[in-house]
Design a binder for this molecule. Sequence first.
Ligand SMILES: *Cc1c(COP(=O)(O)O)cnc(C)c1O
Length: 367
Amino acid sequence: MRERQEQYPQLEVDLGKLQENLAALRERCQVSGIKLSGIVKGFCALPEAAKVYDRAGLDSIGSSRLEQLRTLRQAGIRTPLMMIRIPMPTEVDELVEWADISLQSEISVLRATNEAAARAGVRHKVILMVDLGDLREGFWDREELISAALEVEQKLENLDLLGVGTNLGCYGSVQATPEKMEELIAAAEAVEAAIGRRLEVISGGASSSVHMVLDGTMPSRINHLRVGELLLLGRVWGCDMPELHKDVFTLRAEVIEVKTKPSHPVGELSVDAFGRTRTYVDRGHRRRALLAMGRVDYGECEDLVSREPGLIMLGASSDHTLVDVQNTVRDIQVGDILEFDLCYATMVYLTHSESVHLVFREETTSE
Ligand SMILES: *Cc1c(COP(=O)(O)O)cnc(C)c1O
């Protein structure tokens, strides 16, 4: 059998561009006294890419899934690892084995983590999360936060209280603003007053907080951010850093059929492959191409951004993507490869799909 050179769908990760994005953001944050945790859940913590984070000299590398942290440790990553989803009570033994730091919001889980650390004979660092209105994880009640902090500090002897943090913009779409950061600092200072010492870390959020570093409005006591998406895509809602590459990831798919067909389905309509009632625009007969990848690989086709000028996204089923190529500059043929930019959701799905072939473009810069 002929050896295949390239396999599709293919996801290319440009490690050089990723490394440059990391260096650029790290520098901007360093100037403001902010340490960076690189969050790798967006690309399933692929070790090849995570190694770029390891070499970038970050404060920590974080993921929401413990199995990803285990993979990184086993791949030889030496940067401290941070578990950023509140741990499950059933995973605390693995937590203290694979993570050095965790974000926490429940006293029962803190106690269980302390016992797991004792069993394993290790120390484990914790950051207490404060909910400032986005309504996902975090202490809502200030007294509950302070009593948890006091217990960690004074009684849970295998835990180190590293600081407090918050998360914004994930569930409640609440924007990270200097006012929200001041609220977090006030919570941190209440904890400090209770425990009688300064906290090492005040973690002011994720990519959605970086804009305050760039425009100089980040309050000075915020000294830590946990950044995923911005490093990977070069921009997020409300924050575009011109010096960051927007094309770290490239998705490539192969054309398996090109034909001129009506643009409106012919026959009595019911529902599509996913049980949805759809509407179709009648543009007359059009040249259309079928791609060998589908929603199983990337989620929603509306989230794919074609790099082919003139291409119109039509729709997708589990394993097929349909595009209108009537007006593309290039004359698209069977066997051609089409390229797409990703958004966060498509990146998450693609890196979790076993049918997507990963290709890593090595760093070219000398170290
Ligand atoms: C996902 C996540 C982050 C990173 O978010 P980005 O928007 O990708 O920067 C940070 N902190 C927590 C708790 C998260 O769940």
